[in-house]
Ligand binder design. Structure first.
Ligand code: NAP
Length: 262
């Protein structure tokens, strides 16, 4: 699949994986709709991509958890931008890792509103046009937390399990259409994610002694999924840093190899 002039909508494009994906798609000549809440960051990114790659970029201020705004923003796109070829549902947050007994219900609401409902709202807003055109690709960013559980992961993990269920169900529901659905599940990626989940200090500690993935590693995986020939769907892809040997097991520099049975 060539990406030149394809229309790619990326949510959560103001930072991290979404921003890196925007750069990778721009390099391939795609036209980009970049969505997030920090509009100033999108404007900066748009102008840098337009200068560097001479591509069309449309930044849109969008809170994916606002059902009405999502529907209005997508309906307000002009005819050219309405025809989204690839949707990258990337917007997402960890918000907290408090244990269930200590957690705030407001934090749970935020996680579910953004990671699950937001992803559904944006998908719904572009899906009918894809169905009408019998063409499209939806790439959802999940997490290795979609496959496992860890202390304090509770509702975040549940939200990513839901993303997995949505990706798999959608793939079944669009059977017979030329619409592909992929899910990429990253392990530890060094972005603003952890800083926003906790704070700078805790985030630094989290990444200490580990060569984590960079946002570009996941952008590369997204591009790989998007550029397979039409008859090939990468339905699921887990991407770990080599030091993360399972969702909850990380080898840090200086760690001794100790077996449970030693
Ligand atoms: N970093 C990791 O270790 C990791 C691991 C597995 C999965 N992931 C997943 O990867 C995705 C991207 O995360 P990241 O690591 O790139 O984190 P990040 O650097 O914090 O970026 C998150 C992006 O999501 C956007 N966003 C958050 N809430 C939003 C909302 N309500 N509406 C629109 N945009 C919103 C943010 O933009 P604004 O704040 O400007 O809106 C930002 O652009 C998420 O789905 C995350 O769950 C990350």
């Amino acid at each position: 699949m060539k990406l030149k002039n394809k229309i790619v909508l990326i949510t959560g494009a103001s930072a991290g994986i979404g921003e890196a994906a925007a750069r990778y798609f721009a390099k391939e000549g795609a036209s980009l709709i970049l969505a997030a809440r920090r509009y100033d960051k999108l404007l900066q990114l748009a102008s840098s991509l337009e200068d560097e790659y001479s591509v069309k970029v449309l930044p849109i201020l969008l809170d994916v958890s606002d059902k009405q705004k999502v529907s209005e923003a997508i309906s307000a796109l002009d005819e050219y931008w309405q025809k989204v070829d690839i949707l990258v549902n990337n917007a997402g947050m960890g918000v907290t890792s408090d244990l269930m007994q200590n957690a705030s219900i407001d934090d749970w609401d935020k996680i579910i509103d953004i990671n699950v409902k937001g992803l559904l709202y944006v998908t719904k807003a572009v899906l009918n046009s894809m169905i009408k055109r019998n063409s499209g690709h939806i790439i959802n960013i999940g997490s290795v937390a979609a496959h496992d559980y860890y202390m304090g992961g509770n509702v975040y993990s549940a939200s990513k399990h839901a993303v997995k269920a949505i990706s798999r169900s959608l793939r079944i529901d669009v059977k017979g259409y030329d619409i592909r659905v992929s899910q990429i599940d990253p392990g530890m990626v060094k972005t603003e994610f952890s800083e926003r989940r906790w704070d700078k200090q805790k985030a630094e500690k989290f990444y200490e002694g580990v060569v984590a993935l960079q946002a570009e590693d996941i952008a590369d995986a997204i591009l790989y999924c998007a550029t397979r020939p039409k008859h090939v769907t990468i339905s699921d892809m887990k991407v770990y840093p080599s030091a993360q040997v399972a969702p909850t097991i990380v080898h840090r520099e200086g760690d001794k190899q100790v077996s449970l049975f030693d």
